[in-house]
Design a protein around this ligand. Sequence first.
Ligand SMILES: *[C@@H]1O[C@H](CO)[C@@H](O)[C@H](O)[C@H]1NC(C)=O
Ligand SMILES: *[C@@H]1O[C@H](CO)[C@@H](O)[C@H](O)[C@H]1NC(C)=O
Ligand SMILES: *[C@@H]1O[C@H](CO)[C@@H](O)[C@H](O)[C@H]1NC(C)=O
Length: 603
Amino acid sequence: MSNTAGLRKRNKKDANSNTPSLNKTKPENNIPRRSLISSKALYTVLTVAIAVVVYFNSAVVRSGLEYIIDQWIGFSDEWDSAPGTSSGGMVQFFADKPKQKAIVDAFQHAWVGYEMDAMGDDEYHPLSQQGSNLTSAGGIGYTVIDALDTMLIMGLDDDYKRAVDWIDRKLSFDRDANFSTFETTIRVLGGLLSAHHLSALVSHRQTQNPMLLDLAKDLADRLLTSFDTPSGLPLTYTNLGKHHGVADPEWPGLVGTAEVATLQLEMRFLSVLTDNDIYWKKAEQVMSRIKAARLPHGLASIFMSINDGIFVTSAIRLGSRADSYYEYLLKQYLQTNQTEPVYRDMYDDAMDAIHSHLVQQSPKTKLYYTAELIPEQNPAGEISWRLTPKQDHLVCFLAGSLLLGATTTGALVRPVSVPPKPEELSDKGKRDWKTGLELLKTCLRTHDTATGLAPEMVHFRIPSDGMDGSALAPDDWYIKGARPGDPAAFDARYILRPETIESLFIAYRLTGDLQYRESAWKIFQAIEKHCKVQTGGYASIINVDQVPAQQEDKMESFFLSETLKYLYLIFSGPEVLPLNQYVFNTEAHPLPIFDPVYQTGFS
Ligand SMILES: *[C@@H]1O[C@H](CO)[C@@H](O)[C@H](O)[C@H]1NC(C)=O
Ligand SMILES: *[C@@H]1O[C@H](CO)[C@@H](O)[C@H](O)[C@H]1NC(C)=O
Ligand SMILES: *[C@@H]1O[C@H](CO)[C@@H](O)[C@H](O)[C@H]1NC(C)=O
C-alpha cells in the first residue's frame, strides 16, 4: 500500500496546505446515523460474492461460498522455521460471516458519520463533525470516490446509490487549484476505475454506469497535462481546472520517485477500457526513464530530476516517497498477466538490491526490518551513506508484496500450491517468501503497544544507539522521542493506516493460515476500542502507547478504501477478488488482470 503512499499518507502538510476554514456543512438529507446493515444488505453481500465467482471462474464454485481445502504441506526443515507455516499444515478457507458483519458495521459507522456531517467534502474530521476540501476551489470527491468500491464489495447497495447520486449531481474536476498528481490518481482515478469495473460485474444492480468511466477519462485527461515535461516524468501537482502541471515549490526541479511510478496501473487500465493508448504510453514512458536511470546498486533514491529524468542524491528507503514504486514494479508485471518481462527484471533487480543493502535484523530477537540509507556529504564534497534503523509503518506493505512476488515472479510452476511448497519456488522466490513472512512478523510485533496499534515509525536497536544500560532500553524496537511524561512523539501516532492489514490479507490468501485472521481481528478490535468516535466516524490517535487513547480530528479516506476493505477481504472466501485475477492499486482499488493489448515499448 500503499504508497507516498508514503508521501500521500504522510504528508498531511501538503494535503492541507490550501485548506480553507472548516465550514460546518448541513447534511444533505436525513440519513439515520446508526443504520445497521439490513438483512437485505447481507443477502446482497452473498449475491455479490456469488456473482463474482460465477462470472470469473465457474469451476471454483463448490457448495456455496464456504469450503475447506484439505491439503497437507510438506516442509523442509528450513521452512518449518518460517513463521506462518506453523499451523500444522491445514489450509483453511471459509467466509467468516460474523466477523465480516462486524467490519461492515464499522464501515457504516464511518460512512454515516461522514455522510451526515460532510457529504461530498474531500476530507472528514469526525471529532469536530465537519468536512473540509483539499483546496479552496472546491472538492473533487476524494472521500466519496475512494469509498465506492468498498460499498460494492460489502454489498452496501443503498449507500452506493446515494454516493453515485452525489457524484452525478455534484462532482466536478473543473477546479482551478493544484492537486497532487499522485494522490488524485491513486484515490480518485483508481476509485472510479475499480467502481466502474465492479459495478459492471454486478448486473442486477443496474449501475453499470458509463458516468464513472467518463469521469475517469475526464480526470485522466486533466492529469496527463502534468506529464508534459522534458523527461516525461509528471509534475507533482496538476491544476485540474486549467489543465497544466505544477512543479512542487518545496522541491524545485524534483519529483518523488513513488509519485511518478505509482500511476501506471490506473493509466494502463484506462487505456484498455477506452481503447486509447495515450494513457498507457505516458505512464510507460516514466518506467522507461526509471530503467535508464538505474543506479549502480539497483535501489531507487526518493527524488528524481524533472528535466533529466535521473535519480538525484537523496535518501533511499522503502517508506514514504519510494514505497509504492517497488509495489508497482511487481504489480505492473502481474497486471498484464506476467507477459512483460521487463517489469519482472526490474522487480527482481530491486528485490536483490533490497536484500543486499536494506534488510537488517534486530540484535536480540532477530526481527527482520528494512533500514534507510541517508546520504551525508563531507566538506570535500564526498558522499557517504549512513544506514539508519528506522522503518515507517508504510513499509509493512512490503511483507505482502514479497509474498505475492515469491509466488509469481519466484514461482517455478503456475499456479503454486497454497501455501507454496519449497520445490515450487526458485531460490529468489524462497528468499522473498521467507523475508516477507519475517517482515510481517516484525510488523505484528510493532503492535505490542498499550493500544495494540502500531506507531507511524519505529526505530530498531543498534549497538551505536547508546541506549544500553538505560533502564528503559527496549530489546528490539522503540518509538523515537517517546519519554514518559513528555508530549507524544510525532512517530507515536496511528492514523488508521492499512499496511499491516494489507499484508495479513495477502499472507492469509497465500497460506490459508488462520493465525493471520486472528492477528487481523485483534487489530480490528483495537481500532474499535481506541479510534471509534461515538457520534460517527473513526479518528487517528496521537500516541499508540497511551490509554485511554487521545484522538485526533481526522479520518483519512484510506480508512474506507483500504483498511476496512482489506479487513473485510481477510474474512471472505478466497473466491472474492482472487489474487490471480486482480491487482490492487496502492489505495486498495482492485483492477482486473488482463492479457495485454499493447506491446511494452521498452526493454
Ligand atoms: C467543498 O467543495 C464543495 C464543492 O465546491 C462545496 O459544495 C463544499 O461546500 C465545500 N466544503 C467545504 C467544507 O468548504
Ligand atoms: C499552484 O502552485 C503554483 C506554484 O506554487 C502557484 O504559483 C499557483 O498560484 C498555485 N495555483 C493555485 C490556483 O493555487
Ligand atoms: C493468464 O495467463 C494464464 C496462463 O497463460 C491463463 O490461463 C489465464 O487465463 C490468463 N488470465 C487472464 C486474466 O487473462
